[in-house]
Design a protein around this ligand. Sequence first.
Ligand code: 3PG
Length: 398
Amino acid sequence: MHQIKFVDEANITNKKILLRVDFNVSLTDGFTIADDARIKQSVPTIQYLLKNNNRLILVSHLDRPQTRDPKYSLRIVVEHLRLLLPDYPINLVDDFLSEEGKQQIRNQKENEILLLENIRFYAQEKENSQEFAKQLSSLAKLYVNDAFGVSHRTDASIVSVPHYLPSYGGLLLKKEVATISKTINEAKKPVVAILGGTKITTKIGLMGRLMEIADYLLVGGGIANTFLCAQGIDVGQSYCEYEKVEKARQLLFLAAQKNTAILFPQDVVIGERTNSENGGVVKKIEEIPANGDVLDIGPETQAIFGSIIAKARTIIWNGPVGYFENPAFARGTEFVYYSITQNQDAVSIVGGGETIAAISKEEYLEKITHISTGGGAMLEFIETETLPGIEALKKGSP
Ligand code: 3PG
């Protein structure tokens, strides 16, 4: 098994390069890029490779289309890239398998950047088809993976192309791997992990791992409800994964074994998801009404979580602690951000599309040590310290 070679550790010049990026950005109203962090964060790799006279063919997915669908076209990303890289002609290749597409790639101009249309328009991408990986590989002489955010997937452009081309890691991938590994392996105590969001299912493995390293685990959002159920609290009509209640109890047992203090909301905000006029009512968890829908942590819980975050030296956060999409229920998440950014003695890493989307204030961004472009990828990397896409790069070139 080799180590990954990163682009700045090799002499890559005058090559046609297939560069896998994660431009899976969220769109408001289908036409506007809500947050361009993922695009911006791959710009250093793009510029680095262009500076050395390489020609780039970018590959990305957008969302989860099952088939070709204009709603998920990367055209909007091409337009945005043109703003970020005004010195280069940037064009979309509508279908790289068509005669026209092949010709466009053959005729790529010296400083022209090409972006292949959403790679998930081809079912073969998710099927990890080897034939498809070979077709992609045939477009270039070299492959670079800068798509940390999707490197937990076993898609053809992530895990199979590296079998057919000499392969390297990009600068963003390098930064993500180095920063997250260092934060986890050299974590200063107390370590505080904050977990929110809905699906406990996707976080079970991670919670087990966090209990090895964290002194405190603060749980909010939908997953907290499942833990409250596991402790016999009636959460009314709130989101709860009833089939995971037993698993939640096992995690409570594990936390006790590992001496991790695991904390849940003591009070909550009950309200209507779609109503932003009425800010909801605060209830103690024992008083959640039978028709109540828990949508945020309450003020007492904010204070408890805040006092623990204030003492932390290492902070890891994934997942909003409330239904932040409705501003009436974003206060808890907002307060967690506030607390993290006020503790400048701590190293903080924050990840997950929703967690990032919940950032309401620009100034929070610069006060967080590392904002990961990975959601699921960051969680899996913390859990296993590797990802399928990273392993594929380590296997070495053909
Ligand atoms: C993400 O948004 O987490 C990545 O782009 C991966 O997308 P996926 O969850 O649709 O595979």
